[in-house]
Structures are given as C-alpha cells and as structure tokens.
Design a protein around this ligand. Sequence first.
Ligand code: MG
Length: 389
Amino acid sequence: MPQTVALIVAAGRGSRMPGESPKQYQDLCGRTILRHALEAFVIHPDITDIRAVIHPEDANRYVAATRGLTLAPPVIGGKTRQESVHNGLAALASGTAPEQVLIHDSARPFVSLALIDRVIGALSTADGAIPTLPVNDTVKRAAEGRIAATLDREGLHLAQTPQGFCFPALLEAHNRAAADRSVSYTDDASIAEAAGLHVAAVDGDVANIKITHVDDMSRAAAWLRGERETRVGSGFDVHAFGPGDAVRLCGVDIPHDRALDGHSDADVALHALTDAILGALGDGDIGSHFPPSDLQWRGKDSMHFLAHAADLLRTRNGALVHADLTIICEHPNIGPHREAMCTRVAEALAVDRNRISVKATTTEGLGFTGRAEGIAAQASATISIKVGR
Ligand code: MG
C-alpha cells in the first residue's frame, strides 16, 4: 500500500466569515470545522499520516481543536494558499517523503470516506485526481448588477477537495510555480495542470460543501443539529484457530502458537465491534457490507471494515459514545495487550481513549473456547444519532 499523507490546509483567515476566530476554528455543533475535516482522514485506514498547515497565530487554537487525535506536527503556512501548500509539501519532503499526497481544505467538514477512496483509487492510473461536480445552473458573467454574458456551461465542472497527487510530481510542479511569481493559483490541480501532469476527475459529493459565508455555517449547523437519541448495538463473532504464530485482535498482533482462520485477517474483536456499530445504525451486518464471497476482502485488514462502519456513523451525523468489547479465550493472555488494543481502536475511530473498553474472560475450560479451538468476541456500541436518521 503506498504511503499517502493528508495535508489539511488551515492557514487562511476566512475574511468572508465574521467571528473571533478564523472559520476553521469556529464551533460547528460541538467540534471545530477543522476537527470535523481531520476526523475523516483519521478514520481512513489508507491514510498513513496527517499534517495540517496552520497560521502562526493559531498554534494554541490548533492544539485545542485537535486534542486526542494522532497527527504529525503542524506546518506554518505562508501568505497565500499556494504558499501554504508549498510549505506543507516542503515539510513532507524534508522527512521520509510519501508516495502520494491528498490536499484538503479545512473548510470542508463533510468529506466522506467514499470520496477519499475515489481520489486515492484514481491515483493508480493518473498523476493527480480531483473530485468535481457538473455545473447544473445556467452560468452568467455579471458586473455592477448587470448581466454581461451567458456562458456555455457544457463541460464546466466545480472542483472540490481533497485533491490527490503523486507526491514527487506535485512537489516539482509547486517548486516551479513558486519560482514564477507572475501567475497565482487557487487550487493544486491548476498547478499540476500547468506542469503538464495528467489530472483525472472523479465524482464529487454535493454534501462536501466549503464553508465560506455565514449562511453556509447556519445551513451546516441546521443539518447537524436536531433532536438526538441514544442507541445501543451488539455484535458477536467467532474464529477458529489455524496454523500460525500470532493472532490479531483489535489490530494488534499478539504472539501465539496459532493464528485465527478467516477470509479476512480474522480479527474477531474488530468484526464484533464493526457489527455492534452497524447494529446501532440498523444497517445490516459486516457480511452484508463485505460479502465473504467477494475475493477483494481476502486477507483484508479488518480496520477497513471498522472504518467503513465509522464513516457510516459519521456521514449520518452520529457519534460513538462508548464501545465495550469482551474477548473470550483461554489463551493468549489479553491483559498485557489491552492498553495497546484500546489505543488502536480509539485512534481508528478518532475518539478519546476513555470511550473504548476491552475486557477478556475465559470459559473455565468449557465449550469450544475452553477447548482452545478458537476465540469469540462480543461487543456493544453506544451511539448518539439524530432522530430519524
Ligand atoms: Mg468474523
């Protein structure tokens, strides 16, 4: 899997939005706009690292907005968006440079996992990929309250973010653009296009709005707000032991004299947890979302299944309140790995560590777990979700 870093551009001052803080640090139903955007990349299993580019005056705001999230240190931006992205790319290049980079505006809080998937997917055959939406309204040129012309909208598209690129190619294009001060660019695709790179278009998402004006903020808040309810879902799963030297539980590999058998990586704990979240959403089970008959899930990291459930929760405006997992086996001993498992799950779901519980029990030598034929796991997930969603 290529190393893919998400660069979140959050250095702007948002002059079109009133308020004490720049818009990305304003509250949108309990979380800053920036945090909404960051969480989408935190839960995406193919994103290796996340870095924000911030304004030098926002260091304290950034720390407060990102508490509890696992992120690389922020980069200080420049005077323009183009300069800020260039600073971010330069910072990435000074470490172990990634193979791919996704650049996202922090003012787009509703980016979905599926949209990120489409952009990353298109990078296998193009230098760059951006989400776009066709222009459906008639387009006019106007000045001083008077229509000057009606433009042909045929072939016109609106560009969104995240915009994905092959990292070395974009860095070179940005270096070149920085050297030529006669042209300034409003997005990274135009810099890539100017450098002759092949930029693909993938389907954008109408929900992936950019919050620019006060009206956008109130629309977004109205969409998020509303009466909420608490739901609880449960999940249960079993996998049998097979040959191997480690079992994977909650994404942590625990040395053992056997492994768990299964179509995916057989992470029985994550399967139970994924089912518990899907159960709370009333949205089928892990088998209906990822059929075992589908070869693409063979050997798959189960974090993908958990991330899918987390994204369904997020895009339906829900939040995980608490998850409680019980692992049932005689061996291996879970205790020494409990903290790592809790931390891994909390990071994957972008929630505080104290919202995740992992427990273990034996069955006193009784039944299939007692005979050490396999491991069972059960989970409950408590979610908060808008009524009617
Ligand atoms: Mg399973």
